[in-house]
Design a protein around this ligand. Structure first.
Ligand SMILES: [Zn+2]
Length: 212
């Protein structure tokens, strides 16, 4: 009898604890392939890690594209080099992705803080490759709009704006237009678009702490 009551109690606890996730899954399960396009290795974990985790928990296949190598932004001492930091950031990104359950991370490895100096067509082409190959139902990236309020939270960055704007321009029309990059078409990377494909900025906090 005791064992029965204990089993019943824990099954009740499980039902209560899992209900919110299941409810959310009902709403988002239509997104089977979710692509995050961010600028820095820690962007997803600090801004939308909980969202990425939720998609994975609900069964979505989640991929990341990170446009810079993260070789700036170290304030603890003056001994770190950009090369060392880029290596650390890439490793941290993979560790954090693994915690969430994301196994595919594409690094475009542009210099941190100087994305505005990168050839815009080349950047768009690289994101186009990721979109065409992965074929996402949902793309999540930064808003390209200038938002002063987000400065207080360290979310406003020129790399964020550039990544968000280029991602939008990739989704329409570069990803679906074979004439945009005929060499990709000739290499078998076929044009692709999904009618639900869009872009939005999510500002959810995460508990994942894989970044120094
Ligand atoms: Zn960032």
């Amino acid at each position: 009898m005791k064992l029965f009551l204990l089993t019943w109690f824990f099954s009740l606890l499980y039902k209560i604890a899992s209900k919110p996730v299941l409810d959310q899954c009902e709403q988002i399960k239509k997104y089977t392939h979710v692509l995050f396009v961010t600028a820095h290795a820690d962007d997803i974990e600090t801004i939308a890690g909980g969202t990425a985790s939720l998609f994975v928990k609900c069964g979505s296949i989640v991929n990341y594209v990170i446009t810079t190598n993260g070789d700036k932004g170290w304030s603890k001492d003056y001994t770190m080099t950009s090369e060392e930091l880029a290596t650390i950031r890439e490793s941290e990104a993979l560790s954090a992705a693994a915690v969430i359950g994301v196994t595919n991370v594409t690094f475009l490895r542009q210099e941190d803080g100087r994305l505005e100096g990168v050839d815009p067509i080349e950047l768009k082409k690289n994101i186009t490759i990721a979109v065409r190959l992965f074929q996402p139902d949902l793309v999540i990236s930064f808003s390209p709009e200038l938002d002063y309020a987000t400065y207080a939270f360290g979310l406003m960055h020129s790399d964020h704006q550039r990544t968000g704007l280029t991602t939008l321009n990739t989704l329409w029309p570069a990803a679906r237009d074979y004439l945009s990059f005929t060499d990709l078409y000739e290499d078998g990377i076929m044009p692709w678009i999904h009618q639900r494909c869009g872009s939005l900025l999510l500002r959810l906090q995460t508990t994942f702490q894989c970044h120094r």
